[in-house]
Design a protein around this ligand. Structure first.
Ligand code: FAD
Length: 329
C-alpha cells in the first residue's frame, strides 16, 4: 500500500477528485488496496487521535478532513455471479464497472445517471437510480456488507434482469420553461416511469426511463431543441461521465409540489444573482410519495441563494437526501 504525506509526489493526485472546488488536506493518505490496509489506516487514525475520511471518486465531497484520508480507488474489484444474480464489489468500485460486467448476462444494477460515481457512496445514500420509481432504492437490494469500523470494504447486492430500457431526453430553450414545467407537472406519470425535469442555464431538460413502453407526447408542448427517445441497452441510459468541476449543491424532499410552488422555485432560481440549476424528480411508484428538489451551482459560497429558493417550498419540506449534498457541511 502506498502512503502519502504533504509534499510527497502523488499526494495532490491522490487527494484530488471529481469536485475541484474543495480538496481534503490530510496529514496522511492511505491508498488502500484491501481490507487489511483499511484496518491499518483506521488504527493509525485512532492511535494518533485523528479523524478519518473516505474518498473513492470525490463526487460526494461535503467537508474536508485534515486527518487521515482513506483513498479507495485502487481497491476496486467487481465480481458478478450470474447464477445468484448478484454483484460483489470492493470499496472503490464505480458503477461503470458493474454495468459493463453485468450487461453480458442480461443483468443491470440500480445505478444512477453517472457511471463514474462510486457504488458504495451512492448506495449508502439510498441510491436514486434512473429506474428508481420502478424498482426502488439501490440500498433495498443490498445483501451483505463488510466493514472496518465505518468504512465499507465490500458490498454484495442484487442485480436485476434488465437488458433493454425505454429511455431518452428532451431539451427546450428556457424561453419555454413555464410551458414545459406546466406540462411536466400535469403528467400523470405511470408508476414504472422515472423522470426528471431540470434547468441547465439556457435550456430545460426532461429525462425519462422505464423497462416498459410509455408515451411522452404530452411533453411536446414547445419546439424542442433536441429529442431522443427509444429502446436501448441499459448502459446507454446510464448517463455519460462529466469532467471534474467545481460545484455546490443541496436538496430537499417534499411532501407535495403544487404547480404555483414549482413556478416560484423556477423563477427564484432563474433570477438569482448566481447560476442555479434546479432539478425536480417526482417520487412515488416504488419510492415514498413526494418530490425530490435539487439545486446545484457551478461555484461555491452559494448557500444563501440556495436557501432563498428552498424557502419557496418551506411548508412542504420533509427532510433531505444524503446523496446530492455537495460542498456543504
Ligand atoms: C455528476 C453526479 C451524478 C450523480 N448521480 C446520482 C444519481 O443518479 N443518483 C444518486 O442517488 N446519487 C447521485 N449522485 C450522488 C452520489 O451518489 C453521491 O455524491 C455519492 O456520495 C458519491 O459517492 P462517491 O464514492 O462517488 O464519492 P466520494 O466523494 O468519494 O464519497 C462520498 C462519501 O461517501 C462515503 N463513502 C464512499 N465510499 C465509502 C466507503 N467505502 N465506506 C464508507 N463510506 C464511504 C463517504 O462519506 C464519502 O465522503 C451523483 C453525484 C454527481 C456528482
Amino acid at each position: 500500500m502506498e502512503i502519502f504525506r504533504p509534499g510527497d509526489t502523488g499526494y495532490d493526485d491522490e487527494r484530488s477528485g471529481f469536485q475541484t472546488g474543495l480538496r481534503h488536506e490530510p496529514q496522511v493518505i492511505f491508498a488502500v488496496e484491501n481490507a487489511r490496509d483499511v484496518e491499518e489506516a483506521v488504527r493509525y487514525a485512532d492511535e494518533h487521535g485523528l479523524e478519518h475520511a473516505v474518498q473513492t471518486t470525490g463526487h460526494g465531497l461535503t467537508t474536508t478532513t485534515s486527518g487521515v484520508l482513506i483513498s479507495t480507488k485502487r481497491m476496486n474489484g467487481v465480481e458478478i455471479d450470474p447464477n445468484t444474480k448478484t454483484a460483489k464489489v470492493e470499496a472503490g468500485a464505480i458503477w461503470q464497472q458493474v454495468i459493463e460486467q453485468a450487461a453480458p448476462h442480461g443483468l443491470a444494477p440500480l445505478s444512477g445517471d453517472a457511471g463514474d460515481v462510486g457504488v458504495i457512496g451512492y448506495t449508502l445514500g439510498g441510491g436514486y437510480s434512473v429506474l428508481a420509481r420502478e424498482f426502488g432504492f439501490a440500498s433495498d437490494r443490498v445483501r451483505k456488507t463488510e466493514k472496518v469500523g465505518e468504512v465499507v470494504t465490500a458490498l454484495e447486492f442484487e442485480l436485476l434482469d434488465i437488458d433493454q430500457v425505454h429511455a431518452g431526453e428532451m431539451f427546450f430553450d428556457s424561453q419555454h420553461a413555464a410551458t414545459v414545467f406546466e406540462a411536466f407537472h400535469k403528467w400523470d406519470l405511470p408508476d414504472h416511469v422515472t423522470s426528471t425535469l431540470a434547468t441547465l442555464g439556457d435550456v430545460v431538460r426532461v429525462t425519462f426511463a422505464s423497462t416498459k413502453p410509455f408515451d411522452i407526447d404530452h411533453l411536446r408542448v414547445a419546439p424542442n431543441l433536441t429529442e431522443e427517445f427509444g429502446r436501448k441497452p441499459f448502459a446507454e441510459a446510464a448517463g455519460k461521465p462529466l469532467p471534474p468541476h467545481t460545484y455546490q449543491g443541496d436538496n430537499v424532499l417534499l411532501s407535495d409540489l403544487p404547480l404555483d410552488a414549482l413556478h416560484r422555485v423556477r423563477e427564484k432560481a432563474a433570477n438569482s444573482d448566481v447560476p442555479i440549476f434546479l432539478s425536480v424528480m417526482p417520487l412515488g411508484g416504488a419510492l415514498d410519495a413526494g418530490h425530490l428538489l435539487k439545486l446545484i451551482s457551478p461555484q461555491l459560497g452559494v448557500e444563501a441563494q440556495h436557501a432563498a429558493v428552498f424557502d419557496e417550498v418551506r411548508q412542504f419540506v420533509l427532510g433531505s437526501a444524503r446523496n446530492f449534498r455537495y460542498a456543504v457541511g
